[in-house]
Design a protein around this ligand. Structure first.
Ligand SMILES: Cc1cc2nc3c(=O)[nH]c(=O)nc-3n(C[C@H](O)[C@H](O)[C@H](O)COP(=O)(O)OP(=O)(O)OC[C@H]3O[C@@H](n4cnc5c(N)ncnc54)[C@H](O)[C@@H]3O)c2cc1C
Length: 391
């Protein structure tokens, strides 16, 4: 048997940021990860960081490369009806901005910092289970390098994503709120120069499209598709043709094309469990909630959760005060539902559901025109997109 103060299950953004924050607050933690380091560092996912996420990574001392390589954006473009409309994120929010920096780069920086500090982070653990979560000394059991280990702790942080084991372990204490969408995203990475300095969100009769980037040489683009879309039906030529169509402008526009080196389909889902804690097990990030990616919020929300949890644990270990831990779920859920609303609103405004009737299409267009022409409506989009203030 081994012991620690906080056992963190999962080395995604939530688990790794939590481990880093706890280290800086003098709280001991062990991080357990199912996959290999290579796998975790290579997983391509989010790319948009809110200002508050960047500020937190800065304070945690892991943002040096982010500032060097990340691309700071002060606006986004909405494209519909053959016209382009810029939302001035910074102008509308008192100078706040977003940074485009791949999630896997954030993860690499956090892993490097953890390993450099010599603190425990175990990859390729298996048979992970949690026990005694209603007691003051819960445990995580797992197999590592052929040995069975029981890790006793004060608190378990369930940062093991949507398909992890922590949420199912306390399922009977949770209420689920869920929505599936009748469409998905076909995402590509390609060696091509971005065709715009800022992200472009397009609503076209053929469906939604997003133009994004990972570096000055690599673009990330998405096309709305069916949830059961067969990638074999999407040779590269068809992907480019469809992207060109969905980003078309009356005045003319051509996307830069290049070699596609990654292609995949991402389902869209909204999901929340309440509460986000039971006994001494606290869920954070995708383990507790999923948002459709249109609002670019999943990673940011995971980081917001663990900021709350780290502060609560600091008080717990500093003075024995459990008020922060007791209020963890309530405090996180206020942000979670705001972000759920924003992500669902962006999704419904920008996607064309199958069988959309003409009335609905007109309403969507009217909503988009209002967002782009009203200062109040643009501000609503901007302040939610750059992220609400830190708690
Ligand atoms: C295509 C795509 C695009 C996205 N775009 C954006 C975006 O632009 N902006 C944004 O903010 N978000 C975006 N997201 C969402 C974002 O990637 C997730 O919300 C984020 O990864 C959540 O972090 P997490 O640490 O909670 O979970 P995860 O990243 O899922 O990490 C969980 C970790 O736990 C590990 N694990 C699982 N089970 C176990 C176990 N039993 N034991 C130990 N470890 C385990 C997993 O291997 C994983 O490493 C996107 C997601 C996708 C799929």
């Amino acid at each position: 048997m081994t012991e620690t103060q906080v056992a963190i299950v999962g080395a995604g953004p939530a688990g790794l940021v939590l481990a880093r924050l706890l280290k800086r607050r003098g709280v001991e933690a062990v991080v357990l990860e199912l996959r290999s380091r290579d796998y975790v560092e290579g997983r391509v996912r989010a790319g948009v960081l809110e200002q508050r996420t960047v500020d937190l990574l800065d304070e945690a001392g892991v943002a040096e490369r982010l500032h060097r390589e990340g691309m700071v954006h002060q606006g986004v473009e909405l494209r519909f009806g053959g016209r382009s409309h810029r939302i001035d994120l910074s102008g509308l929010t008192g100078g706040r901005k977003i940074t485009v920096y791949g999630q896997q780069e954030v993860v690499k920086d956090l892993i490097a910092a953890r390993l450099e500090s010599g603190l425990p982070l175990h990859f390729e653990v298996s048979d992970v289970t949690v026990a005694d979560v209603e007691s003051e000394r819960p445990a995580v059991r797992f197999t590592h390098e052929g040995s069975e280990v029981e890790l006793r702790c004060d608190v378990i942080a369930g940062c093991d994503g949507f398909h992890g084991i922590c949420r199912p372990a306390i399922a009977s204490a949770l209420r689920v709120f869920e929505r599936e969408y009748p469409f998905a995203w076909l995402g590509i990475l390609a060696n091509a120069k971005p065709s715009s300095e800022e992200l472009i969100y397009a609503n076209h009769a053929n469906g939604f499209a997003l133009h994004s980037m990972r570096s000055p040489e690599v673009i990330r683009s998405y096309l709305q598709c069916r949830p059961d879309e067969d990638l074999d039906e999407w040779p590269d030529e068809r992907v480019w043709e469809e992207l060109q169509t969905r980003f078309e402008l009356d005045e003319g526009f051509s996307l830069n094309e290049g070699e596609i080196f990654d292609k995949g389909v991402t389902p869209m889902r909204s999901f929340v469990v309440e509460p986000m804690q039971h006994g001494r097990l606290f869920l954070a990030g995708d383990a507790a909630h999923i948002v459709p990616p249109t609002g670019a919020k999943g990673l940011n929300l995971a980081v917001a959760d663990v900021e709350v949890l780290a502060s609560a644990l600091e008080s717990f270990y500093g003075s024995g005060d459990t008020a922060g831990l007791d209020a963890y779920s309530e405090q996180c859920l206020r942000r979670v539902w705001r972000v759920q609303h924003f992500s669902s609103w962006m999704t419904s405004m920008l996607h064309r559901p199958p069988g959309q009737d003409p009335f609905e299409a007109k309403l969507q267009l009217s909503q988009l025109e209002y967002v782009c022409s009203s200062h109040a409506a643009s501000t609503t989009l901007a302040e939610n997109y750059v992220g609400l203030e830190r708690v």
